[in-house]
Design a protein around this ligand. Structure first.
Ligand SMILES: [Fe+2]
Length: 271
């Protein structure tokens, strides 16, 4: 089973930009084309929040048009730039076991169980996992303790070390880690929000963020009070499950079309 994770698409109404730079819509088109041409077709796509820049109906209509070419299921959750109420109206039937008022649900139809967590705190760019949402997660995880599970959310459950982004962190992250530590079948906690890739251990499992399909942030450990944008090519995460090897995650550079030199043909190395 292969799950592709895109994040922080931040779709705006403009399909193109007057200054010739890549619009958010064009960046998402590039990402969709990348996923559709992967050698091994994904079974599902996750979009981990900030689908739109302002949560307007026009932006969601553009987002839905952009993901229309995907033949596989696409699962979405809100980020701090989204409108949860509007998203619940637009995506009323994702997965099963929906939670009242929040965009939390489970997906049972794949080899890896997927659990969507809603970390939105309305009116704030910070995230929140409240007692109600946490109790729902705990109960869902208790249902299938032996099934490999991936939990996806917008705000990462760890601090990045970048001051500006850590001011927008997840309230309740410690309580979330405590719940996760009681459910060792959780293979991954995956998130977005910080527009760069990062990994950390949380509650005894591996937590990671995907970058944005648009604006990339460069980590500067020497100046954590600053935020840099980088022109580096965006990436998506590919979470691949195999019963013999477990869940492996790799990063895939969007727009990287090759060609590549073959260096091993399955029998021998090629010089
Ligand atoms: Fe974002």
């Amino acid at each position: 089973m292969i799950i592709v994770q895109l994040s922080d698409t931040h779709i705006t109404p403009e399909p193109t930009r007057a200054d010739g730079t890549l619009s958010r819509q064009a960046a998402m088109q590039r990402a969709v084309a990348h996923v559709l041409t992967m050698a091994a077709a994904p079974d599902a796509v996750l979009v981990t929040g900030d689908l739109t820049d302002h949560g307007t109906a026009e932006e969601y209509a553009a987002f839905q048009d952009l993901i229309a070419p995907f033949p596989m299921p696409v699962y979405v959750i809100p980020g701090n730039h989204d409108d949860r109420t509007r998203m619940l109206q637009l995506w009323p039937s994702q997965g099963t076991q929906h939670m009242e008022r929040f965009m939390q649900y489970t997906v049972e139809s794949h080899a890896v169980r997927l659990i969507a967590l809603d970390t939105v705190l309305p009116g704030s760019d910070r995230g929140e996992i409240c007692d109600e949402r946490l109790a729902w997660l705990d109960a869902r995880l208790a249902e299938q303790p032996d099934r490999p599970t991936l939990v996806f959310m917008h705000h990462p459950p760890f601090r990045s070390g970048m001051h500006v982004l850590d001011a927008l962190d997840l309230e309740g992250a410690d309580a979330l880690a405590a719940v996760i530590s009681r459910h060792p079948q959780v293979e991954r906690l995956v998130a977005g929000h910080i527009h760069c890739e990062m990994q950390a251990r949380v509650g005894g499992t591996l937590a990671m963020t995907a970058s944005s399909t648009g604006l990339q942030i460069k980590i500067d450990l020497g100046a954590p009070e600053r935020i840099w944008a980088t022109p580096h090519r965006p990436t998506c995460l590919v979470h691949a499950w195999n019963v013999n090897h477990g869940l492996r995650t790799c990063s895939s550079a969007i727009g990287d079309a090759g060609p590549y030199p073959l260096i091993h043909d399955g029998t021998s190395w090629i010089s």
